[in-house]
Write a protein that binds this ligand. Structure first.
Ligand SMILES: C[S@@+](CC[C@H](N)C(=O)[O-])C[C@H]1O[C@@H](n2cnc3c(N)ncnc32)[C@H](O)[C@@H]1O
Length: 307
């Protein structure tokens, strides 16, 4: 992505709209998604994931109770954090993501683990899979980044068979992730009116409203994981080099604004360090949401136990 590209979309959307008057909303959204994909492809997500979130994949797979032979979809799979762990248990896994630039590293990860899975480019808001295709549909800090939450929830329910399992590992609505986004917020474009922020996916009332009575056995478990770095400065520099959204935001700043953001980011890492000495430790709280889609034909009493 060039330095002048909008970090969460594409400033040239209006030009696209004018060339396709028949479906302006679809065209606008497609241009927005292209910008989002370009943003996530920046940096080195494989390196970021291994350093900070690689322990979360197995946790989600365990919460989803993935078993041998099940058809499993990982939504916004990145480089395969959860998908590869599910495949290692003998499941038939599809790893999907808006950003296929992640897939070569994902394939390397899969090869190193000795598993095979399918990699499919897919928007969490419009999944290219048939109804009821999967026994388990999961997402590890992934689908939360698709801004139309209701569309995402609708798609997760649609592609998961009744009695199957939907499992999401989402950052908590309050806490370090929300604060992290708050540091970058002043440097980001205003969200589109229809878009909701990622931390809302950590809010129980929001989750219940999104999924409604289309799921039962809703469970939420709270936990936290730790990101470590040699110093606040090292933490910031690592994120600036590897984490696509941070790379994109910095690329759009002049030297003065970049220095201001540097100061705010380093203050965030310093203030939130929980370690008394040695490497810094940042504790990111998250929730694991699991639920079972009910039979859409209205077959009451159907077992929610994945079979
Ligand atoms: C923080 S990464 C998480 C990746 C992976 N699940 C993991 O645990 O490492 C967020 C991922 O969401 C993907 N993403 C963002 N918006 C998306 C969308 N609308 N549909 C599908 N994937 C999306 C990005 O490409 C990125 O791979």
């Amino acid at each position: 992505m060039s330095a002048d590209r909008h970090p969460f979309g594409d400033d040239r959307v209006e030009a696209d709209v004018s060339t396709n008057q028949s479906h302006p909303e679809a065209t606008t959204d497609a241009a927005f998604k292209r910008g989002v994909r370009q943003m996530w492809a920046l940096g080195n997500y494989a390196e970021f994931a291994h350093e900070f979130v690689w322990d979360l994949g197995p946790e989600l797979v365990q919460a989803a109770n993935v078993r041998r032979g099940q058809r499993v979809l990982d939504v916004a799979a990145g480089t395969g954090n959860a998908a590869i762990r599910a495949a290692a248990l003998g499941a038939q896994v599809v790893a999907s993501d808006l950003t296929p630039e992640h897939f070569p590293a994902g394939r390397d990860n899969a090869r190193a683990t000795g598993v095979q899975l399918e990699w499919v480019e897919a928007d969490a808001e419009a999944l290219p899979f048939a109804d009821d295709s999967f026994d388990v549909v999961m997402s590890c800090v992934g689908a939360i980044f698709a801004p139309r939450h209701q569309r995402v929830a609708d798609e997760l329910v649609r592609v998961c068979r009744p009695g199957g399992t939907i499992a999401m590992l989402n950052f908590s609505s309050v806490g370090l992730f929300a604060d992290f986004l708050g540091v970058f917020q002043p440097y980001m474009p205003a969200p589109r009116p229809q878009d909701l922020p990622p931390p809302l996916w950590g809010d129980e009332a929001h989750l219940r409203a999104l999924f409604g009575d289309r799921v039962d056995n809703v469970r939420l478990e709270s936990n936290a994981y730790v990101e470590r770095a040699a110093s606040p400065r090292a933490y910031c520099e690592f994120c600036k080099r590897t984490f696509g959204p941070a790379v994109a935001i910095y690329a759009g700043l002049d030297a003065e604004r970049a220095a201001k953001l540097d100061a705010a980011f380093e203050a965030f890492a310093t203030m939130n360090n929980r370690a008394a000495e040695g490497p810094i430790e940042l504790h990111y709280p998250y929730v694991i949401f699991t639920a079972n889609p009910v039979d859409r034909a209205g077959l009451a009493g159907r077992s929610a136990e994945p079979g």
